[in-house]
Design a protein around this ligand. Structure first.
Ligand SMILES: [Zn+2]
Length: 270
C-alpha cells in the first residue's frame, strides 16, 4: 500500500512537471474505481490550468482555479507521466493529458479514487475527519498532547490512527518510537510533554528519511533481482526481532498490537 512518503514523492515529482499546464484531454478506460468516476470529469477539467498539487494525508489534491481533483492511490495505485502515444497497459484506467505530458493512473486492485471537489477540500467527507498533518508546522508537541489527552490506548496504535495524526504507517510508528525512546505500550494520554517534544521531531525525521530514500515500502525495495534495498537495511527496529539494537546492543523484541507487529528495544524504550 502506498504510504505517506510514496505519496509525497509522487506529489513532488508530478508538481515539478505539471504545475502551470492546462488539461488538454482525458481518457477513462474504467468508469468505476473505488467510487464511480464523475461522468462529467473530463469536461470539468478540460482547459483548466493546474495551479499546484497539495497533499492531505495520503490524498493528493490537484488544485485548479475553481476546484480540486482529489486522487487517492488506494491499495495498489500509482501515477506516472507518459508520452501521449504511449499504449496503455492492463490496469491503466485513466489518462489526464497536460499537452505533451499524460498523467496515467494505474491500479490493479481498483481501490483508488478520483473525485472532483468544487468547494473547500478540508470540508470534504473523506478529509474532514483527518488528524494532524505530521510534516506541517501545526504538528507540534502541544497539538499532539491535545490530540492524545485522556486516551488510554497504547501510543503505537494511537499514532497510527488517522483521526489523530495521518500517514504514520506501521513501520514508521515503530521507527519513530525507537527514535524518541518511548515504549510502544505506554498509554497515549500518559506520555509527558517532554517526551512528546521528542516524539514529534522523531515522526518528522522518520518520514523525511523515507521520503529521501524514495518513499518506498519494504516490498517495493525488493528489486527485480530480488535484493532488498537500502531503506530496509537502515531500519532501527522494524523487522529486526532478535537482532541487536543499533543504539545499545540489547535484543530487539517483537509484539502484536491491534493485530500489527511492533518492534522495539527494551533498553532504549521505556
Ligand atoms: Zn536499544
Amino acid at each position: 500500500m502506498p504510504e505517506l512518503p510514496e505519496v509525497e514523492v509522487t506529489r513532488l515529482g508530478l508538481a515539478a512537471q505539471l504545475v502551470g499546464r492546462p488539461v488538454s484531454g482525458m481518457a477513462v478506460r474504467t468508469p468505476t474505481l473505488r467510487y464511480p468516476l464523475p461522468p462529467e470529469l473530463g469536461s470539468t477539467l478540460s482547459g483548466r490550468r493546474l495551479s499546484t498539487i497539495a497533499r492531505r494525508g495520503k490524498y493528493l489534491l490537484f488544485e485548479f482555479d475553481d476546484g480540486h481533483l482529489l486522487i487517492h492511490l488506494g491499495m495498489t495505485g500509482s501515477l506516472q507521466l507518459v508520452a501521449p502515444d504511449s499504449p496503455p497497459r492492463k490496469h491503466d484506467h485513466v489518462d489526464i493529458a497536460f499537452g505533451a505530458k499524460v498523467l496515467r493512473f494505474h491500479d490493479p486492485r481498483r481501490f483508488g479514487a478520483l473525485l472532483w471537489i468544487a468547494g473547500d477540500p478540508a470540508e470534504h467527507p473523506l478529509l474532514a475527519h483527518l488528524g494532524l498533518e505530521p510534516l506541517s508546522h501545526g504538528f507540534s508537541a502541544d497539538a499532539l498532547a491535545t490530540a492524545l489527552a485522556g486516551r488510554r490506548t497504547a501510543v503505537k496504535p494511537a499514532i497510527m490512527d488517522a483521526s489523530i495524526v495521518v500517514g504514520v504507517g506501521n513501520i514508521y510508528a515503530s521507527e519513530s518510537l525507537h527514535r524518541a525512546g518511548i515504549d510502544p505500550r505506554t498509554p497515549a494520554g500518559r506520555i509527558s510533554r517532554q517526551r512528546l517534544a521528542r516524539l514529534v521531531p522523531a515522526i518528522k525525521a522518520t518520514l523525511r528519511a523515507a521520503i529521501r530514500a524514495g518513499g518506498s515500502s519494504v516490498r517495493d525495495y525488493v528489486g527485480s533481482d530480488g535484493r532488498v534495498g537500502n531503506f530496509q537495511l537502515r531500519h532501527r527496529v522494524y523487522g529486526r526481532a532478535d537482532e541487536p539494537c543499533r543504539t545499545c546492543g540489547a535484543i530487539i523484541r517483537m509484539l502484536r498490537q491491534g493485530n500489527r507487529s511492533t518492534y522495539y528495544c527494551p533498553r532504549c524504550q521505556h
